[in-house]
Design a protein around this ligand. Structure first.
Ligand code: BDP
Length: 332
């Protein structure tokens, strides 16, 4: 018995040695990366992610190949965040909204009206404060290489134009997965329903929901505009998004490839931001042509004032994040 074990053990190690010698002789195996994307083909983020995938394959000379999976086919956003944190997925474009429950610093970006406008958001995210968010993400195994735009989110619904907070009263509004948004809608007198993006269309058609909130490109590409007649420019949220790499995938790269991939991510974000501006205009026109009524909100201050309890509760629960809020405000 004893001899047999030793024999097969010896045999095993002999074949292992042969296999590893063969590995050394063969060309280095390429890394095949899988990327998560919630949007359909043609959406600015999709176009930029696909360009990113192509660039890294070309610039690493095939050492890293990458494929983008669109339309959230690899899972909804909270699930994809977990998959990327664990390294089951290699890269993704994530909105900072559903990131809040995992990286609590990013909740600051989900506070309504935290940014005055998209330029203010760019100044913050492209500067030192953006690095603080990237550090917080890295602690949760997500390497944020660049920031994408997501415009401003506004309320839309099947019932009526929203001109004052009183118009939100009683409406069933879908929000992304983050308790802050539940507080936000409830502070306006509405009923908030956290729900996966992909389920919203049907819930709007069946009346489970009266409305939701999003930017023009998503309002259009999700086809919600087909069933919703009113889009009201509350512009209550301006939330940046990341191009994030799984930490384990990042650490497996040589320094040279890290530099290549970081440069490609920055180029992808430049492309995305440019496409974003064009796409927002096109989407706005498309929903107008389809008969959606778009209204300005004359007195946004009314909405902003009602957000005070959301801020107060947030600061009471996260006193250590108050200075981050102040730093963002003073960069306005
Ligand atoms: C879009 C974001 C996407 C979100 C979606 C949503 O780009 O990441 O998942 O809104 O509302 O604008 O869920």
């Amino acid at each position: 018995m004893q001899t047999k074990t030793i024999k097969s053990g010896a045999l095993l190690s002999a074949s292992t040695i042969t296999a590893s010698m063969m590995l050394f002789a063969a060309p280095v195996q390429a890394e095949d990366w899988r990327g998560w994307n919630i949007h359909p083909p043609g959406y600015p983020n999709t176009v930029a992610l696909e360009a990113f995938a192509e660039a890294i394959e070309e610039d690493t000379e095939g050492r890293v190949t990458a494929r983008v999976y669109n339309n959230a086919v690899l899972g909804d956003q909270p699930d994809a965040i977990e998959q990327t944190r664990s390294g089951a997925l290699n890269f993704a474009n994530f909105n900072m909204g559903p990131m809040g429950p995992i990286v609590k610093e990013t909740n600051v970006l989900s506070l309504p009206f935290i940014f005055d406008d998209v330029d203010h958001m760019h100044r913050v995210m492209d500067g030192e404060i953006g690095e603080r968010f990237a550090d917080a993400l890295a602690e949760q195994n997500l390497i944020a290489l660049s920031w994408f735009d997501s415009g401003a989110r506004s309320l839309y619904n099947t019932e009526k134009p929203i001109k004052t907070p009183a118009d939100v009263e009683g409406l069933k509004i879908r929000v992304m997965n983050n308790d802050l948004y539940v507080d936000m809608i409830e502070s306006l007198g509405g009923n908030a329903t956290p729900m996966a993006y992909g389920e919203v269309y049907q819930s709007l058609t069946t009346g489970v929901l009266d409305g939701a909130e999003n930017n023009y490109p998503s309002f259009e590409s999700s086809n919600h505009y087909e069933v919703v007649g009113y889009y009201s420019l509350t512009e209550h949220l301006i939330i940046p998004e990341c191009l994030c790499i799984a930490k384990s995938s990042w650490e497996a790269l040589s320094e040279e490839d890290q530099e290549i991939i970081e440069a490609a991510a920055i180029e992808a974000s430049e492309m995305q931001r440019q496409l974003w501006v064009e796409s927002s205009e096109e989407s706005k026109q498309k929903v107008l042509d389809a008969g959606v009524e778009i209204n300005e909100v004359e007195d946004k201050a009314e909405f902003q004032e009602l957000m005070q309890p959301v801020y107060d509760d947030f600061i009471a629960e996260n006193p250590e994040l108050e200075s981050l809020i102040e730093d963002i405000r003073s960069a306005s």
